[in-house]
Design a protein around this ligand. Sequence first.
Ligand code: AHM
Ligand code: MG
Length: 336
Amino acid sequence: MAERDPDQIITIQQHIIEQQRKHPTASGEFSWLLSGITLAASIIQAKVRRAGLINILGETDTDNVHGERQQKLDIFANQIIERCLAFRGNVGVLGSEELPEPIIVHSREGHGKYVVLFDPLDGSGNIDVNVSVGTIFSIYERVTSGPITDGGLKDVLQPGVNQLAAGYIVYGSSTVMAYTTGDGVHLFTLDPATGSFMLADEHVRIPENGKIYSVNEANFDSFPKGVQDWIHWARTKEAGPFTSRYIGSMVADVHRTLIKGGVFMYPATAKSPKGKLRLMYEANPMAFIIEQAGGLATDGKNRIMERVPTELHERTPLFIGGKHEVTAIMERLARG
Ligand code: AHM
Ligand code: MG
């Protein structure tokens, strides 16, 4: 790929259009869909930035002065994404962490051909303490055609390898967005002055041999033995040594892992025997991003993106990050 002039300013819209030009048969519908997600992200970040003020101004989760129910931020984020995508005309099914069942989108043109799965505000438990939160999304093409008859489940329950695109937005000290359509991972930073996501880095690669592990160590005693063994090893002098970082917002922990390397994990625990994180809108999109950056994402045994889902809210253990670290943990797990 030709080197870009570093002085060139590229917005996410331009970038998506450029990506689309690489596919001569592309209709432009897909770019239209992605731009719905960036619009939602801009609106959500503005609301997240005012979260503290909203409390100071005395608004609660009771009715506001207009007689409207004051919403929690994750419900707000969910509604914004629904509203930004449902009217694009090309989305057939939406699935969200906040919704028990998929939503079938009825548009004037008939059922759209895309499926979008999302976690509207990952890590929302951290908002009260001003820690980064984010939005995660995953896009598929429907596998059925014509009217959607089974509540959208056939179209939703696809393995991650079928994803057309995935990405996340972190509402941190700045707002950053990462996306992939299978041609590398591209990073953008929101310029609050213009409201545009500006290209910050293209074809990002996860550093090899990162020396950070990220896990909720309070659960250590109930981790599988292989995970305990690897952590014991990582704490030794010979290992590197590693340092530990755990934000408690997966989206922010994985973003750090993408930039700095190392491994983020949420193994099975006594409290969450199947793992805590959700396969379809947390693990799969992050797996697509990290694999496209040269890393790995597994459930300890198998590649996350090859798991065949059986339900929208299915949980999975997750080991995601640099190849060396994830492979080493899997080897220890295999030893039992
Ligand atoms: P959420 O989507 O309801 O916010 O829950 C998922 C979050 C992840 O962002 C994070 O990695 C994990 O829960 C933290 O869990 P724990 O507090 O058990 O460490
Ligand atoms: Mg989440």
